[in-house]
Design a protein around this ligand. Sequence first.
Ligand SMILES: Cc1cc2nc3c(=O)[nH]c(=O)nc-3n(C[C@H](O)[C@H](O)[C@H](O)COP(=O)(O)OP(=O)(O)OC[C@H]3O[C@@H](n4cnc5c(N)ncnc54)[C@H](O)[C@@H]3O)c2cc1C
Length: 414
Amino acid sequence: MEANETHDVVVIGGGPAGLAAALGARRAGAGKVLLVERDRTLGGILNQCVHDGFGLFLYNETISGPEYAERLIEDVVREPIKVETGTMVLDLGPDRVLRINSRAGYRLVRAGAVVLAMGCRERTREMIEIPGTRPAGVFTAGSAQNLVNLQNLRIGNAAVVLGSGDIGLIMARRLTFEGVAVKGVFEIMPWASGLERNVRQCLLDFGIPLELRSTVVEIRGRDRVESVVVAKVDDALGPVAGTESVIPCDTLLLSVGLIPENELSKRAGVALSPFTGGAVVDQTLMTSVPGIFSCGNVLHIHDVADWASYEGFAAGESAARYAAGEKAAGGTVRVSAGPNVKYVLPQVLTAGSAGVEWSFRTMRPLRNVQVVVKGKTTGKVYARKKFGRLLPSELQKIKVRPAVEEDLEVSCHE
Ligand SMILES: Cc1cc2nc3c(=O)[nH]c(=O)nc-3n(C[C@H](O)[C@H](O)[C@H](O)COP(=O)(O)OP(=O)(O)OC[C@H]3O[C@@H](n4cnc5c(N)ncnc54)[C@H](O)[C@@H]3O)c2cc1C
């Protein structure tokens, strides 16, 4: 089908990653850049994150989510970037033709390069299969954050939080500020899944208990939640009989994981990683489909927005270069996660690349760790870095300076 218009770079999603990608594309010389956002405003999830803690790396100070978004938006509007809010990308083909819908109607747009920056969504009660009745009062932590912070609504009087992800921790504190009695945060793993600073600042400072190796095994209530049953879990994460206790509450918040929003990527034929839930990318953040790049939470879940923006700048720059005719050499070197490493990114590399930085997460908390990047054929150590402590909640980085010609493995050793 004939496209209605063409752009050098089209960015899908106007959160911290997409805003940075549009800027990165302009800075690398792209003439026509289109930024498409389905929401009425730019900023993505930052708009509902009214707490501070953003911008430590990008702006060297700590600001709120909306302030962080505002700075990027100001930079975007200073550039001749075409911004369309209230506009949704419905489909994307491997030929980089996008089907876009807005109040103005439906149209086809052809892009020299596309940057995927669609963010993520939350796991729901159905996905983790909590037994019990189906009353009102069960929210994902992010939707509760939206209702409280953007719509000024009170969502309940007494709450239990399941899962110790960052959003759950932040919402435990937020609900306390709103006069809701937060009875506790229950986490199935033996460690908190959110950042340590959030455990300290959101739970310990407010006397909210964090129960590890525990989960909600039943939701009770007819019209509204009346109580939840919690229990300890064993090493296989199954509930231990006899450890159940009933907690009266009218609200249950779920902070049980985020899923990269890759429906469009799948439509375009982008290969996804089972470990990140996002695209498999090379060192330029290009996916398996030439000319389609990925960044931010749609690529892998980030702990802080700054990293999503750094990735956005890089993906935008790569997209601009691709659109200008600089073809990528293709990723032939494969990089895999070794012992104690949950995932490593990028997963493929162009042979001969040097100075590449990898992001990785560990499987579990580790102390006195040696991170090693090793050649799988020669056993050559390409990089080694010591860390006092590594937590699965924190995204880490390691740089490999020499040129790489063989498959690599990244591993962590205590
Ligand atoms: C609820 C929540 C709270 C958080 N709190 C903190 C915090 O306190 N501190 C911190 O540093 N980090 C926090 N984070 C993490 C940080 O906000 C994220 O890392 C960052 O927002 C990711 O940016 P993004 O641009 O990838 O995604 P998002 O901010 O989610 O932006 C994605 C955008 O893409 C748009 N979109 C999706 N599909 C389409 C489509 N088909 N067409 C058009 N537009 C589309 C969405 O509407 C959205 O605006 C939080 C994350 C969440 C989910």
